[in-house]
Ligand binder design. Structure first.
Ligand SMILES: [Zn+2]
Length: 280
């Protein structure tokens, strides 16, 4: 499940490889992944466009085109962007990926940018500048921005009686954090995931903020967490999975106190893993 570190890794890799390249044509074998355009309009609007920049906002990979339009890719559960060298006909992709290519942007230099998505629940949208501004304007702040302080998080949590874990994953309040990093940050901060958000003190909020920044930054440095299907733009897996303290470790001993880690689906419907001894 690509969250902030995984999406950031994809965007950085592509930004090192794509700016200056021109899109020659588009193939969309699975048009149901498209948003805001149909396949014909997408092809017409990107043909001949030059890629200016690739960057991340929230859990989105954003491709700026020189004409002002933006491709906005939301990988959701099993989406990835794979860059293939010339001739870009799919033969350079690992065989296990080929059947899951949902859209391909063929570049004039012979390379190809493939959107692969195993479950095909992610989306590819094309937005003009006004539409893009409105779309991202509805999202919450970025956790790695300097303005995201402990006090800012405390203010965001204060208004909600919902479990703190659920609020951390609410993209309108804070972007980029999903189930993996919410579990990890709350463990590091020693805060129980089911606590009502409004019950956190300023000090606890600051601990959660610091834990989020640390865990997200460390994961970016390790190119993300490949738990199941996430791969980077060259098909390689991230290695942060080795550093996970709670996610995927239900029943295993707590790395801090050795108690067996507890698990529940009652906090937010997702699997929550935590230490009942050292998270309060
Ligand atoms: Zn513990």
């Amino acid at each position: 499940v690509p969250e902030l570190p995984e999406t950031e890794t994809i965007a950085r890799d592509l930004d090192a490889a794509l700016p200056g390249a021109t899109i020659d044509r588009v193939a969309v074998p699975r048009p149901s992944i498209l948003r805001e355009v149909d396949a014909g309009a997408l092809a017409a609007r990107v043909r001949g466009a030059r890629i200016a920049r690739v960057w991340r906002r929230a859990k989105l990979v954003v491709v700026d085109l020189d004409r002002g339009d933006r491709l906005v890719v939301q990988p959701r559960f099993t989406g990835a962007l794979l860059l293939e060298d010339a001739p870009g006909d799919g033969s350079g992709l690992p065989e296990r990926e080929r059947g899951f290519v949902r859209a391909t942007f063929h570049l004039a230099d012979g390379r190809a940018l493939h959107y692969r998505d195993i479950r095909a629940l992610g989306t590819v949208a094309l937005m003009d500048p006004a539409r893009f501004e409105a779309y991202v304007g509805a999202l919450g702040p970025e956790p790695l921005d300097p303005g995201f302080t402990g006090a800012a998080l405390h203010a965001a949590l204060r208004g909600s009686r919902q479990p703190v874990k659920k609020v951390l994953m609410d993209q309108k309040r804070l972007v980029g954090v999903g189930n993996i990093y919410a579990n990890e940050a709350l463990f590091r901060a020693r805060v129980a995931p089911a606590r009502p958000a409004a019950s956190l003190s300023a000090d606890e909020s600051a601990r959660v903020r610091d834990a989020l920044v640390d865990v997200l930054s460390e994961s970016i440095a390790r190119r993300g967490t490949s738990f199941r299907d996430y791969v980077d733009a060259r098909g390689a897996r991230g290695t942060f999975v080795e550093r996970l303290a709670v996610y995927g470790r239900a029943g295993a001993p707590c790395t801090r106190c050795d108690a067996p880690l507890a698990t529940t689906h009652e906090v937010d419907g997702r699997q929550t893993v935590f230490c009942a001894e050292c998270q309060r």
